[in-house]
Design a protein around this ligand. Structure first.
Ligand code: DAH
Length: 455
């Protein structure tokens, strides 16, 4: 089986190389990479056919065939995948929490929403300011100016609340342009959590000494915003929601890491457009701190966008699944989640998702390092554009790309950049010849896309 897989990988790669274009595996969801040498941009067809729907392209379009080829894989729903086991464990934890009135699970779990969303969903609905850096082309994969691959599962918060849900998880693949190294990949998976409370639910437990309900309120007029709360919220409401959020998260991680009796964790103050106050949650493993999620008290204007007006207050969190799975199973490289190699997948072939497993490397195949130095004839290359191009050509054979040198040469009036590209396959030894061919291909595409001279 492994040998067969290897042969398949090699032969598809050779096919790609010979045609000198990068193609995704499926018939739709693909296009050839061609460059406009004058404008120095990728030439997109007037429309992209993605999941049987046509999307017009425009100056915002920056998706690439590598990203399109990953669409619909839904690793979190692939039976016996590590992300499937992890989401099962998160599911089990939340399903145990019952709605006291109905004795049914409090949280609904939604894991099948399309990752193609509107700018309205991804940013506007959750109050991301128009000039916020998270909207930029260099951080996202846009299909066109109105449509993109969701950058986070928060994109669905408002729609799900509007559909009537008061407590839910939303799990799915998210897409971001980022650096290339063993912990970053342009696609990863997130789990969003939201819980809302009306006055009765929030203060249910609170009775005064005579057993009467205290007249506690969620909202107060003429209130101010400061580090602890939003304007319009009472401090007592915020403190109860904060306690519920932090309890939910610490208990979740105690369940996910049951033998870490000494699981050290900490809350760091943070800022997000859609929550205030906000925090990040970190845990300590072997002396290293890992940031696992962002969370906070939902901005009241997000709830207003959801049509809930003034009755509810709530918390939200968003956690990265790969991060947690890498720690939980000892998976050293984020590309492994995409491996179809049976040496990897067979280690997760079991029914009981709570089974403690430590990943054993199939084998450490050698790295192959090639540098790429170039003079830029015009402007400096944005490293994120280069990372995208390298990943588009080299696919998952690229382990890491580092910008190792950059300077401006006054006499020549040119910028120079040198990138170190580290190649390594997850399941076979690459030959020098094969790497040289890919590297040459990357150089050629760089010349075409960025108008550079290779040094
Ligand atoms: N959407 C944030 C991200 O991807 C994570 C996040 C932070 C989600 C705070 C939330 C939240 O729901 O309340 O970086």
């Amino acid at each position: 089986m492994r040998i067969l897989n290897r042969l398949l990988i090699q032969s598809t790669f050779r096919y790609h190389y010979r045609t000198n274009t990068v193609k995704a595996q499926k018939k739709s969801n693909t296009f050839n990479l061609e460059y406009d040498p004058i404008k120095q941009t990728i030439i997109y067809p007037p429309e992209l056919l993605i999941n049987n729907k046509n999307y017009p392209t425009d100056s915002w379009t920056n998706v690439n065939p590598h990203i399109l080829s990953r669409l619909g894989q839904n690793l979190h729903r692939q039976k016996n995948h590590p992300l499937y086991h992890l989401t099962n464990r998160i599911r089990q934890y939340f399903y145990q929490q019952k709605d006291p009135r109905k004795q049914s699970p409090k949280f609904s779990i939604i894991d099948n929403l399309s990752p193609i969303v509107t700018v309205q969903q991804n940013f506007d609905s959750i109050c991301t300011p128009n000039d916020h850096v998270s909207r930029t082309k260099s951080m996202n994969y846009y299909i066109n100016k109105d449509t993109l691959f969701r950058a986070h599962t928060s994109a669905h918060q408002v729609d799900l609340i509007r559909s009537g849900l008061n407590a839910f998880l939303c799990i799915g693949d998210v897409y971001r342009r980022d650096s290339i190294d063993p912990t970053h990949y342009p696609i990863f998976h997130q789990c969003e959590g939201v819980q809302l409370f009306n006055k009765e639910e929030l203060f249910m437990e609170n009775r005064n000494v005579r057993g009467e309900k205290d007249n506690l309120q969620i909202f107060a007029s003429n209130e101010y915003r400061d580090a602890t709360k939003q304007e319009g919220h009472t401090l007592e409401a915020v403190k109860l929601v904060e306690a519920s959020l932090k309890q939910t998260i610490t208990d979740l991680f105690k369940t996910l890491f049951p033998n870490a009796a000494t699981l050290n964790s900490r809350w760091i103050d943070a800022t997000f457009p859609f929550t205030h106050p906000s925090w990040e949650y970190e845990i300590e493993i072997d002396g290293k701190w890992y940031e696992l999620l962002g969370c906070g008290i939902i901005e009241q204007s997000v709830l207003e966008n959801s049509g809930l007006g003034k009755d509810y207050i709530g918390w939200a969190f968003g956690l990265g699944l790969e991060r947690i799975a890498m720690i939980m199973y000892g998976i050293p490289d984020i590309r492994l989640f995409w491996s179809t190699d049976s040496g990897f997948l067979s280690q997760f072939q079991f029914e009981d998702s709570t089974r403690p497993v430590q990943y054993k490397p199939v084998s450490a195949y050698p790295q192959c390092i090639n540098d790429l130095s170039m003079w830029m004839n015009k402007t400096r290359i944005d490293p994120l554009d280069l990372y995208d191009l390298v990943r588009s050509i080299g696919g998952d054979l690229i382990e890491q790309v580092l910008l190792i040198d950059e300077f401006y040469h006054e006499k020549k009036d040119k910028h120079s950049q040198t990138y170190r590209i580290i190649y390594r396959s997850m399941d076979r030894t690459l030959t020098k010849n094969e790497i040289n061919m890919i590297h040459k291909d990357i150089e050629n595409h760089c010349q075409k896309q960025f108008d550079v001279e290779i040094r």
